[in-house]
Every structure is written in C-alpha cells, then in structure tokens.
Design a protein around this ligand. Structure first.
Ligand code: SF4
Length: 330
C-alpha cells in the first residue's frame, strides 16, 4: 500500500470548509492508502506562537472532529507532530538544502505573509519563513509517496520535492519523492459573504454545531441584497446561500430558475439549505456523541507511537547517508 500524509492545523474547531476540502477526501483515501494524519501543532505555532494554550486545547478538538468525520484509527495513523522529534532533526538537516531567497519566493509563503501582515508587522519570523522545510520533514519522515493538496498548495509540495531531489543527489537515494494528489478546491465562503470562512470571523458552520445552531446561522447568511420580498426576482450569482447550495444541493438549476423568476423566497431557500447541511452533519454528530476524551487520547497515543517508530527508521537511514551514524559505523 502506498503511504499518504495529510495534516490538520489545530488552530480552532473544524468547520464545513475543512470537511469538504480535506476530511471527506481523506476518509475515502484511507481505504486505498496507508494513511497518516498529522495534527500539526508545531506548524500552528509558527503563526500562533503567542497562544500555545489555545493550540494545545485545539489538538483534542480537531482530533475529535477528525474521528467523528470518519477518520478511522484502524485504517489511519492519527498523531501529534510535536511528539515526533525526528521531524525537528530532519528539518535542521534539510535547512542546508534551501536558500533564503528560495523560501522568500515561494508563492504560498508570500501570500500567507501578506495575509498575516498584522502578526509579523514589518518582519517575518525565521520559523514561519522556514515552515516549508519543516513540511518537507513531515512528509519525508514517513516516506509518504502521495500528498493530497489543493491547487494553491502545489508550490509547497514542489519545495519538498526540490529538497528530496537535492538530498538524494548529494547523500544518495534515501528519500521517497512525493507526488501531489490534487484535490478539487472547495474553498467555502463565510456565511457573511467573506471570501474566507473562519472561527475568528464568526461566519463559519462548525462540525460540532447543533442542528439548531446551523439553522440559525444559515438564516443569517447574506443573500442577493436586491431581493427583499418573496416575489422579487433574485440573482443567485451574487447570493452566498446559493454558493452553499452548489456544495450541498443537486437541484441547482431549479433553485436558480425559481430565484430568477421570483418563485422562491429567501426564507424557504435558507430552510432548504439548512436541512441539507444538517443531513450532511448528522452522522458526524452521532459519532461525536459516542466518543469520550479518554478514547481520543488513547487513539492519539497509539498513533503517535506508531508514527514515531516510522520516523525513527527514516532518520536512521538519513543519518547513515549523511555519515552521521557515528557509533553504528563499522
Ligand atoms: S431565493 Fe435563494 S438563491 Fe435566491 S437570493 Fe434568495 S437565498 Fe439566494
């Protein structure tokens, strides 16, 4: 079985954007691949270094969200990044293989630095600039041959591939060259029409929301501002609710036609959407209700132990190739 690695940043409860963009895919891929799911707390600290308690609390939250969503601990290895020190050691060795200007030119890093201008003020930290190196260590520590990525993350994986090629050419073939498995970009807009759904923005539907929460949130979503009365004609192309119907409804054409003809009221349209979102979330809620925190800890403990064994084997091979295996040498 080929191995796949995917990561979740513990920066907040997971929302439907995470589910549609990543979790749903991983749940189906775990039947096909030896799947490693990393809770990336070290990476989360690169831009949350002032909030370590919140990162820690969210590790349990995201693990609960992931398992409720169908990540099966019998099929997937769920583990905590900071408990695998081999990743940190690999990061140090790989940092010799990447120039600072290459990191600065990485399009994903450039975009993220621009988005986090408030955090970094005029100068970005060494840890954040270097996180693509740590990501290369994450992937190669487990010799993952496949990495699911969105279109916007392809440059990140390319950076890992460059590091692997350079390592193998200098020290000899030790690392598996990972391939991208491009997953369709399902970037979910916020309910307020904002391009991004986020906890701090108050515009997200969380996997842990109750059915009532979801209905309440959907009823406050932004619609076509020109459609005020039930019989007004509307324009679904400028309506956030319709954006969500694209993700949850099959009768899109009917919805759009009825909206344009003034045969569909926004209240009913939102109720229809809330029902569909709730139908999607119901199995996740049911599973969540059966899980105890002690069970989640146990799954993380077992997964982390297994992941550490694999990472240790990789590190041994890497050090052997770099002639750093002092007391093992003949
Ligand atoms: S009827 Fe539906 S699609 Fe049309 S504007 Fe209202 S909420 Fe949006």
């Amino acid at each position: 079985m080929k191995r796949i690695l995917t990561g979740i940043r513990p920066t907040g409860k997971l929302h439907i954007g995470h589910y549609l963009g990543m979790l749903e895919q991983t749940v189906s891929l775990q039947n096909e691949f030896d799947t490693f799911v990393m809770i990336a707390d070290v990476q989360a600290l690169t831009d949350n270094f002032e909030r370590p308690k919140s990162v820690r609390e969210n590790v349990l939250e995201v693990a609960l969200d992931a398992i409720s969503s169908g990540i099966n601990p019998y099929k997937s290895t769920l583990f905590i990044q900071s408990l695998i020190p081999e990743i940190a050691e690999l990061t140090v060795y790989y940092s010799n293989l990447v120039t600072i200007s290459r990191l600065q030119q990485n399009p994903t890093v450039k975009t993220e630095i621009a988005q986090k201008r408030e955090l970094f003020k005029h100068s970005v930290t060494y840890g954040f600039l270097g996180y693509p190196i740590s990501q290369a260590a994450d992937i190669t520590a487990f010799q993952a041959s496949v990495v699911p990525v969105g279109e916007d993350q392809i440059p990140q994986l390319e950076q890992t591939r460059e590091i692997v090629r350079k390592f193998n050419s200098i020290y000899g073939e030790a690392l598996v060259l990972p391939e991208a498995r491009v997953i369709p970009n399902t970037r979910v807009k916020g309910l307020d029409g904002d391009a991004k759904m986020g906890k701090s923005l108050g515009n997200a539907i969380f996997l842990s929301d109750t059915a009532e929460n979801v209905s309440g949130k959907v009823s406050s979503a932004i619609t076509d501002p020109a459609k005020i009365r039930l019989r007004d004609v509307g324009n679904p192309d400028v309506c956030t609710v319709f954006e969500y119907h694209k993700l949850f409804s099959e009768n899109l054409e009917t919805i759009a036609d009825e909206c344009r003809a003034g045969d569909r009221g926004c209240v009913m349209c939102k109720r229809d959407l809330a029902q569909k979102v709730n139908a999607k979330l119901e199995p996740i809620r049911e599973k969540r209700a059966t899980l105890e925190p002690s069970e989640i800890f146990e799954i993380l403990f077992e997964g982390t132990n297994k992941a550490r064994t694999v990472a240790r084997e990789t590190l041994d091979v890497v050090k052997q190739h770099m002639h750093l295996d002092y007391f093992k040498a003949a």
